[in-house]
Design a protein around this ligand. Sequence first.
Ligand SMILES: Cc1cc2nc3c(=O)[nH]c(=O)nc-3n(C[C@H](O)[C@H](O)[C@H](O)COP(=O)(O)OP(=O)(O)OC[C@H]3O[C@@H](n4cnc5c(N)ncnc54)[C@H](O)[C@@H]3O)c2cc1C
Ligand code: SF4
Length: 324
Amino acid sequence: MLPKFSHIRPTSIREALAVLEEKDGLIHAGGSDLIGCLRDGVFTTDTLVSLGSIPELSGITASADGGIKIGAMTTISEIADNEAIGSGYTALADAAKVVASPQLRNQGTIAGNLCQKPRCWYYRGDFDCLRKGGEICYAYSGENQYHCIFGGDMCYIVHPSDTAPALAAHGAICRVSSPSASRSVAVEKLHVSPSVDPQREVVLEDDEIITEILVPKPPSGLRSSYRKIRARASWDFALAGVALALVFDDDTVTSARVFLSGAAPIPWRAKGVEKVITGTKLEAATIEDAALAAVTGAEPLAENGYKIELFRGLMAEQLEAIRG
Ligand SMILES: Cc1cc2nc3c(=O)[nH]c(=O)nc-3n(C[C@H](O)[C@H](O)[C@H](O)COP(=O)(O)OP(=O)(O)OC[C@H]3O[C@@H](n4cnc5c(N)ncnc54)[C@H](O)[C@@H]3O)c2cc1C
Ligand code: SF4
């Protein structure tokens, strides 16, 4: 059952920030994740501050540097259908198309997708686990087939967003406003590792709003992609996902940004893969080495060892596909 809360609908960013400064409220975008968490008692609040009546937060426009600006309240469907994103930022378009179901893509926003809460069933259920302020992680010695193989420390979630690894691969930056200042946070630095703080998902303060996401101009020779493997063919979160943004000069990879989803509590940068493939023509032997590098250092839990082969195979297939 939903708890009682007041619902405030400011009509400008300034007004929303003033409300957040005055009250201990939560930001409400599409509500597709937030309302479920409130209904299931994962956390509670006295006040929701809706961003739904602030037109300046929506839409996709060209930015001065030749890149694009995506308003925080832009829906995932708008991103999936946008022509400029489809032609210049394939990884992001691919990711947006595989988020949840059509209904959820129409409701969910890009900032909400980046800031969504983990799907760990203990966290979502009736367990007072470490992330909810309790003493222990129930997943560590419990049901952990969907949990992380990298970056686990006290808490073993995987970050659920498909768009976060794609945006990180494209080098995107969030513009963030608080009542006193504005700042930029690279999507790559937005999420918090459990080793830093197992109770926070993002580096944002409670009174900070993501206002827009800036994705830089695609470099000449960019080829990018995102693909995830899921348990059910229809809609589901990633068991394993790979976002690639590789810059080619003819057949040679001159730079690479590679992020994994379904692997770690944050979008996981696969630096080992980047190192193996940069300066190569993605020959068969290089791809084999890169696939191995993708899983080197992984620390699977009792029930998720299958992810090693999944990531290895997926990385190899994605590199072969992008080589063409
Ligand atoms: C059944 C189901 C399946 C799903 N499958 C997938 C999937 O396959 N892949 C995937 O990526 N996602 C998936 N999702 C998650 C879904 O995409 C997110 O729920 C959605 O994107 C969140 O957007 P929203 O606008 O509804 O956010 P809300 O639910 O309104 O908010 C989510 C969080 O973000 C915060 N927030 C929202 N906007 C801002 C802002 N501008 N600044 C700061 N904080 C903000 C809120 O305070 C809240 O903590 C699924 C969700 C469901 C319910
Ligand atoms: S993995 Fe994290 S969210 Fe899940 S039970 Fe453990 S501490 Fe809680």
